[in-house]
Ligand binder design. Structure first.
Ligand code: NAP
Ligand code: SF4
Length: 675
């Protein structure tokens, strides 16, 4: 059979076992790992992805002991009793023909509990607890705990383990001068600093025997001051290989690094060049990771020889059938991860169960089930509005076997997504639109574009149910002079309807105020070189930890981003991405001002006062872009309900406050599961 993905789909023979293709599902903490009562759900989650054809999956992190917990009573594997509970996970995966490795993750100073221990007594900038320095004896017993954890993983039926050696967790804390100030044999010289991970891998290999996969996730770019040099990384990799590593997975950046490594604005495949450097220095297979989200990109980097495998975590959360679809020539049906982090990592970091903005079934496989309906129970349903809520509902309903008419007043699907896709660094939204376009065809939804669904039409067609997903309209704030030609809506700015001047004020600093500011200061460069230069990411052979000087481009406009609240501007943005959005705007010279009172817009610009100071100042700007949130568009819903139709209101039409695509898609899918 010919396939466009010969490298991606090629099996990998490891001697004692064969991976069916080159796709690793990278580790991702879902929140289901922490309590064994959730293991049935975890088993269903992995089984679905094994069924979808992934070569090797890696679990979220399990600590080898209590000191290494991520959270109090977090996931740990240190007893036979717990190992027995894992069997349901490994059995479920094997029944689907998959393979799975358990990730061993000791959080070190990243743990959120008072018992944390690290190489030295140095607090991390992103966690509240100060670790104690592990004694030499404790380091040795921690090595033993890793080996025991691996042995228990084998007993539980896992095909291997992955040692988490990146992202700034304990292993990294031993490796880097930044966090290791020890004076015993585990500190000081680079050879001493790598003693801990090398002993860990050697002990694991001795305990599990030769026919068990040992993956090591190696930090290729620490991206923090005092991180490892490239020579140190290579020496580590070579010693680890000699100690028994089966394959290397790539890790980029510690969690405390101030360089984004996985969000949407990071160019696709931004770090495969570093994996290629490692591949040239070792003989075992290596996997590339970070911002690899399509089979074409994966195929290209494998064909180029940058890596032997690709590791993807979020793309398989978004679409469990990623590999199967690539195999079956259906890659245009893949629901491509847009790297937003909104429902996965942002949840994990606030201790909520992970899911996916695009796939609300992720980690809820047993709860949110879209069962097929028999032909006799198939309903005739109208969905009004082809934004995220309406699209998700329509394709889910039709996928179950209902007969669906989708009405959209404009000439294209997507709603607010079509605008998001115009924001620099958010081009991934085009993939979501492509996915829905294809899914509408595959599921047989009848799409009526440029067709406002009137009350009369809906009544006459005798639908069993009408789903109203008419979305939102931008809020026009009550500011004197808001109808002045200088005041423009974000919609017109993003759609290119207005030619925006060089000096701009943005009213409202929610997600859209940030997006619009980013749009306005963009210099048009979207290539990898420019991105690396902006963030100062450098060849690690030239600068320790790959961290060079940041050289942001000169922005084409000066922008002032304003809000009435007195809280920090951007405080409501996502936990894992907000800091990067703020940094991007700061780099572009955007002035962010909280506590603003708006007085007037006129020929002179925008008149405001700030905080308790009554003095009114004038921002001499060419344009004032209104990004003041939205209001629900639900006039149709109210009229239909008055006519006695069975009406369901979802998405922004239901609640506009803080509307986001995550809630819209979830609500649309959940409704479709119920009807
Ligand atoms: P939003 O997040 O609700 O923000 C609206 C902004 O307008 C706030 O800063 C608010 O701050 C201001 N505002 C509200 N009423 C106002 C009024 N009457 N006069 C002046 N200012 C007013 O809405 P959004 O920015 O339109 O975003 C909509 C949704 O899309 C949000 O859920 C957002 O999270 C999501 N989104 C997310 C991203 C992302 O990157 N994650 C990107 C884009 C959009 P003050 O009241 O303090 O002035
Ligand atoms: Fe990808 Fe966003 Fe889904 Fe996370 S929530 S898997 S980043 S699409």
């Amino acid at each position: 059979m010919t396939t466009p993905y010969p490298h991606l789909l090629e099996p990998l023979d490891l001697g004692y076992t064969t991976l069916r293709n080159r796709v690793i599902m990278g580790s991702m903490h879902t929140g289901l790992e922490d309590r064994s009562r959730h293991f049935p759900e975890l088993a269903a989650y992995f089984a679905e992805r094994a069924r979808g054809g992934v070569g090797l999956m890696v679990t979220g992190g399990f600590s080898p002991n209590m000191t290494g917990w991520l959270l109090p009573f977090g996931s740990v594997l240190s007893t036979h009793r717990v190992a027995r509970k894992h069997v349901q996970i490994t059995d479920a995966v094997h029944a689907e023909g998959g393979k799975i490795a358990l990730q061993i993750l000791h959080a070190g100073r990243y743990g959120y509990h008072p018992m944390i221990g690290s190489a030295s007594k140095i607090k991390s900038p992103i966690t509240p607890f100060r670790p104690r320095a592990l004694t030499t004896r404790e380091v040795r017993s921690t090595v033993d705990d890793y080996a025991r954890c691996a042995e228990l993983a084998r007993e539980a039926g896992y095909d291997g383990v992955e040692v988490m050696g990146s992202e700034g967790y304990l292993v990294n804390q031993f490796l880097a001068e930044r966090t290791n100030r020890r004076t015993d044999e585990y500190g000081g010289t680079a050879a001493n600093r790598r003693r801990f991970p090398v002993e860990v891998v050697r002990a694991i290999r001795q305990r599990v025997g030769p026919d068990f996969i040992v993956v090591y996730r190696i930090s290729l770019l620490d991206l923090v001051e005092g991180g490892q040099s490239w020579d140190e990384v290579v020496a580590l990799a070579q010693e680890l290989e000699a100690a028994g590593v089966t394959l290397f997975n790539t890790g980029i950046g510690w969690h405390e690094a101030r360089v984004p490594t996985i969000i949407t604005s990071v160019p696709r495949g931004a770090f495969t060049w570093v994996t290629a450097k490692l591949r040239a220095a070792v003989t075992v297979p290596v996997a590339a990771s970070n911002r690899i989200n399509t089979p074409d990109l994966a195929e290209d980097l494998l064909a180029r020889g940058d890596a032997d495998l690709v590791s993807m975590a979020r793309p398989l959360l978004a679409d469990p059938d990623f590999v199967a679809k690539a195999q079956q020539g259906r890659s245009d049906e893949i629901n491509t991860c847009i790297a937003c982090n909104q429902a996965c990592l942002d949840h994990t970091f606030v201790n909520q169960r992970a899911s996916c903005l695009l796939n609300p079934r992720a980690c809820r496989e047993t709860e949110l089930v879209l069962l097929p309906v028999p032909r006799t129970r198939s309903k005739k349903v109208a969905v009004v509005g082809a934004g995220p809520a309406g699209l998700a509902c329509a394709v889910s309903l039709a996928g179950r076997g209902h007969q669906v008419d989708l009405f959209e007043a404009s000439d294209r699907i997507g709603g607010q997504f079509t605008m998001a896709a115009r924001v620099p660094g958010k081009a991934e939204f085009h993939e979501t639109l492509r996915y829905y376009r294809r899914r509408l065809e595959v599921t047989g939804v009848t799409v009526h574009l440029s067709t406002p669904a009137t009350r009369q039409r809906l009544r006459e067609a005798e639908y069993d149910d009408v789903v109203v997903a008419t979305g939102v309209v931008p809020r026009v704030p009550d500011i004197d002079g808001v109808d002045h030609p200088k005041a423009v809506s974000y919609v017109d700015v993003l759609r290119g309807v207005v030619e925006v001047g060089e000096r701009v004020a943005v009213v409202g600093a929610g997600g859209i105020g940030f997006d619009v500011s980013r749009f306005l200061v963009d210099d048009g460069a979207d290539d990898l070189e420019s991105w690396l230069r902006h963030w100062g990411v450098t060849d690690p052979a030239e600068a320790r930890a790959g961290l060079g000087d940041r050289k942001p481009a000169t922005p084409p406009r000066s922008v002032q981003l304003l809000q009435r609240k007195t809280s920090r501007v951007g405080a409501g943005l996502g936990k894992t991405s907000g800091w990067a959005h703020r940094a991007e705007l700061r780099d572009a010279g955007v002035v962010m001002t909280p506590g603003v009172t708006y007085h007037r817009i006129d020929d002179d610009g925008l008149h405001i006062s700030i905080g308790d100071d009554p003095a009114v100042q004038t921002l001499d700007v060419d344009h004032v872009v209104l990004c003041a949130g939205q209001e629900s568009e639900r006039s149709l819903a109210d009229a239909l309900a008055a006519d006695g139709l069975t009406v369901h209101v979802i998405g922004g039409a239901d609640v506009a406050v803080e509307l986001d695509a995550k809630r819209a898609i979830k609500q649309g899918t959940e409704l479709a599961a119920r009807l």
